[in-house]
Design a protein around this ligand. Sequence first.
Ligand SMILES: Cc1ncc(COP(=O)(O)O)c(C=O)c1O
Length: 352
Amino acid sequence: MASWEDYVRKVVPYTPGEQPENLNVVKLNTNENPYPPSPKVREALRELSDDKLRRYPDPAAASLTDAIARQYHVSPGQVFVGVGSDDVLAMSFLTFFNSDKPILFPDISYSFYEVWADLFRIPYRKQKLNDAFEIVTEDYCQENGGIVFPNPNAPTGVLMGKDRIERILESSKGSVVIVDEAYIDFAPEGSSVLPLLPKYDNLLVVQTFSKSRSLAGMRIGYAIGSEKLIGYLSDCKYSFNSYTLSQAALLAGEAAVRDAAYYEECSEKVMKTREKTKKVLSGMGFAFADSQANFLFVTHEKVPARQLFQDLRKAGIVVRYFDQPRIDDYLRITIGTEEQMDVLFDFLRKYL
Ligand SMILES: Cc1ncc(COP(=O)(O)O)c(C=O)c1O
């Protein structure tokens, strides 16, 4: 006799980075922003009245969607919001990747892509990054059921030029191309592919409030694309869960978008610390690709990454280690405050 377990959707879940309860650890493991959100966010949260809590939030999240549309000079119908970009990406996989042909993404990339593909039974092919951890453009200029990659890539931090992304878009007009720009605000200005939107109605750009806007705890992400793409995405969302963003997230998100100047300053600080960290770590014998994100992906010829990961942990410094082929001798280190990085440097100086 068949068992009910034969009919269970079995998946190998994504493993999120650890969130240690001890707030005294130097936490450099999940690419959060070391600086607090804009003071305007806390101010906005004071509007969280009993009435607001008693009622359902606006299912269209119009206040936030409009604010994002204004910030990026697109129409509100081109914006979709969700519970972190994870929610937006998952909904996008479900909505757009329904071909029998495999979707394409890099072998070293955000590991959630593979999990969603498995969850939704989407065929996929992982395309190998070259030895410099770069995406090989030609690998994506072939028949596919969709394309997704982060830019800058995670966990490598490597940024792909807009011209190369446009080559991929030119050759993939028959499928949806998702560019996951979770870390784009730490890359040089003008790196985003948002300006390509008027040319490609199959391009979806996904961004988040978790990194440059210091709101990982609030869970807000968004996608910008053609009104047609966003319409399909909304239909799927309303077929799944209408009230995705909480009242708190709507208030916080809108206030954050409106304080762009504050966040630009924070991102500048993170980028400055990143460049300094590159100099210090390369002076200590670490090798890494030239990250344009808020983390470095480092390896050391003398010290095995797994060992260093464990020893850092014992010293109260938490970084991220991925036990995966090709990258099991690397550590991903989030850029923290200057003070946090000094704690790391002091440890490493003694350790090495
Ligand atoms: C490349 C990439 N995309 C998406 C996300 C998801 O971010 P969130 O769901 O917090 O917006 C992350 C988180 O680390 C990421 O690294």
